[in-house]
Write a protein that binds this ligand. Structure first.
Ligand SMILES: Cc1ncc(COP(=O)(O)O)c(C=O)c1O
Length: 447
């Protein structure tokens, strides 16, 4: 039995209809280097999606590798209740220099969904312990995505992931999200006054009193198809949350660490959330780690004599894992010393220009939207009407398969193709990705 047959015998792959694997077999990857992954047969694949958006600085980054090897020689793991270690403390110190103002307490977990669960429980308990027992509900945006556990699914609103499980999920208030490509107010993303914020104002007027927290993917609704909205929306949301005593949770799991051109998406708005969830790029995509970061004010509401029962009784076995912390520290070192964000900004401009020049005139390209190095190509049947392809046609998936044959991992989000590469990608590598993307589109949709 070869490796592919053995894989299919044992492994149930994530987010996959396994029957699809009859035609498109699993690709066995042997090694990675920079933006490339290499199959066992030696074929190179350009990882333009950063292996589910987590690989921040390229595969097998020498600085992160060295930090991990060094840490392996000392300590792999230790219980994090009542024990601590230098990498965790140094990491918090390093993050204090880059996170939005006012955030100062770090609660560790091991994946993005867990960080979101932690944020939800923390906000609920904070309200309860500060005299607001009536604040039990959560608000979120339509088309939001915050992970796959039951709490995270409840504040997410994409039917693709949540519909089956609705009977198991808590009720939430969903606010119509900004949809800048198909703006119901006929406005443009870069010049509007966030007229759609009226939906949020109405929801808060109706339900703000019973709401403990509102969660958002700031500026980019990733899983919904890299839907990008203006920073003004976050500024208004901050003010609205303050008015109604609602905590604001920033899910920067996908947007954190330079993905949007600034260190955090909230930095574009110049305001801070009450709770910040980070994961993915935190360890450069090396190890599963997440942190829910909050303010002294929220932390203080849990600080009391043990007998008062106010502690946050939330834990994960791998909280604060030293290997994860060492990788994350090395990521901070590379970001700082190699001036990664500055350099990525230059290549982001290059990508925008080349992608527009190559694809914007294609009859099925409705919009190419971008922020930082994130670039999304929305495919439509009719540019004028902005009509999407029937989901059953799986147009994005057909293009993905063609691109894969040519050595590009262009995993789509429905009708949206996107680039979200490691921040270290070069212009030549971007050229290669654009060329393959254009060929794959032409082979499926014509040129
Ligand atoms: C915005 C956002 N939140 C939460 C998650 C969930 O993270 P994880 O897959 O590590 O549970 C994701 C994953 O894609 C995400 O994009």
């Amino acid at each position: 039995m070869d490796l592919v047959e053995k894989d299919l015998k044992y492994i149930w792959h994530p987010c996959s209809q396994m029957k699809d694997y009859e035609e498109l077999k699993p690709i066995i990857i042997e090694r990675g280097e920079g933006v490339y992954l290499y199959g066992k047969d030696g074929k190179a694949y350009l990882d333009i999606v950063s292996s589910w958006w987590c690989n921040l600085l390229g595969h097998r980054n020498p600085t992160i590798n060295a930090a991990l090897i060094d840490q392996l020689g000392r300590l792999e793991h230790v219980i994090f209740a009542n024990f601590s270690h230098e990498p965790a403390i140094a990491l918090c110190e390093a993050l204090m220099n880059i996170i939005p103002d006012g955030l100062s307490k770090f609660n560790f977990s091991d994946n993005g969904s867990a960080a979101v669960e932690c944020a939800l429980k923390m906000s609920f308990q904070y309200q309860y312990q500060t005299g607001h027992k009536e604040k039990t509900k959560f608000m979120c945006l339509t088309d939001g995505y915050h992970g796959e556990t039951l709490g995270a699914l409840a504040v997410g609103s994409m039917d693709l992931y949540a519909k089956m499980y609705r009977p198991m999920l808590m009720d939430t208030h969903q606010i119509e999200a900004p949809d800048c490509y198909r703006c119901p107010f006929g406005k443009k993303r870069d010049s509007c006054g966030c007229e759609c914020f009226a939906y949020a104002e109405k929801a808060f007027a109706d339900h703000g009193a019973e709401t403990c927290a509102m969660i958002v993917e700031p500026l980019v609704q990733g899983s919904a198809g890299m839907r990008i909205y203006p920073p003004l929306y976050l500024k208004k949301l901050r003010a609205l949350c303050d008015r109604y005593g609602v905590l604001l949770i920033a899910d920067e799991i996908a947007t954190g660490f330079g993905r949007t051109g600034k260190m955090f998406a909230f930095d574009h708005a110049g305001v801070s959330p009450d709770i910040l969830c980070v994961s993915k790029g935190l360890t450069g995509g090396y190890l599963p780690m997440a942190i829910t970061i909050t303010t002294d004010k929220i932390y203080s509401a849990f600080y009391a004599e043990y007998s008062e029962g106010k502690a946050f009784m939330h834990s994960h076995t791998y909280s604060g894992n030293p290997l994860g912390c060492s990788a994350a520290l090395a990521v901070q070192q590379v970001l700082r010393e190699e001036r990664i964000l500055e350099k990525a900004a230059i290549r982001a401009g290059y990508l925008t220009e080349r992608l527009n020049a190559t694809l914007l005139d294609h009859p099925n390209v409705g919009e190419i939207r971008h922020i930082g190095l994130i670039h999304a190509i929305e495919l439509v049947t009719d540019k004028q009407a902005k009509t999407g392809f029937e989901p059953g046609l799986r147009i994005g998936y057909q293009i993905y398969k063609k691109a894969l044959e040519k050595g590009l991992i262009l995993r789509p989000l429905g009708n949206v193709l996107y680039f979200n590469p490691p921040l270290t990608i070069t212009e030549a590598e971007l050229d290669e990705a654009i060329a393959i993307c254009a060929e794959a589109i032409a082979e499926v949709l014509g040129s």
